[in-house]
Design a protein around this ligand. Sequence first.
Ligand code: TMP
Ligand code: ASP
Length: 235
Amino acid sequence: MDKVQLLYEGKAKKVYSTMKGDVCVVSYKDDATAFNGEKRGIITGKGEVNNRMSNMMFQLLEKYGVTTHYVEQLNARETLVKSVDIVPLEVIVRNVAAGSFCKRFGVQEGTILKSSTLEYCLKDDNLGDPMINTSQILALELATQEELTKMAEIAAKVNQVLTEYLDKINVRLIDFKIELGRYKGDIILADEISPDTCRFWDKQTNKKLDKDRFRRDLGEVEEVYHEMLDRIIHS
Ligand code: TMP
Ligand code: ASP
């Protein structure tokens, strides 16, 4: 399927229309940003890793009954996906305290949470993606109660399936962010699942295998993206 027109360019991906209205092409970039675009860089090969890894995670989730936007990988960087209307919310699930959770609540990084948490952020770069609660989401008509219930169900299923799968490749799923889209009257999983959008720690050493290496200048950035992909490919 050929790309027709650039519809949207985000920080890590471009989206193109195709001749068919119900599918579009996502093209993953090597560009990396952190802290709402304040820090910028290139992670060589990231686009290819995130494309392949996301597609493998979406196919795994489909097997467990989660409907995703994935249609077909076109090449190393590009994938055909269902044309969804993205719900302007980032849905974050946490199993272990890290990142903004530690800062906000004064909790030590690595603290295992008694139960997993679910958070929403408004997807708006100009506002710095502020946290938003469900009553505010309903009041602003960003999603309906029915959609919120479906989104929470999908988030919990993704957490369960990915946690179990990653454990087999010696990776702990610390937290992750997903985005959902409206498609033909349903809410489906969209965007990506990659080291950009999840925190992955090695099960034995707790070595960070995700974008925190870029955010915090920890080195071995490209290496860990490839390491995650290699572990998945060889699983
Ligand atoms: P946080 O601890 O910075 O709030 O991040 C929680 C999770 O969400 C982490 O796995 C990284 C991911 N994330 C994104 O994918 N995009 C973002 O813009 C932010 C802030 C976090
Ligand atoms: N905050 C995002 C991240 O750290 C990227 C960004 O906002 O520039 O993943």
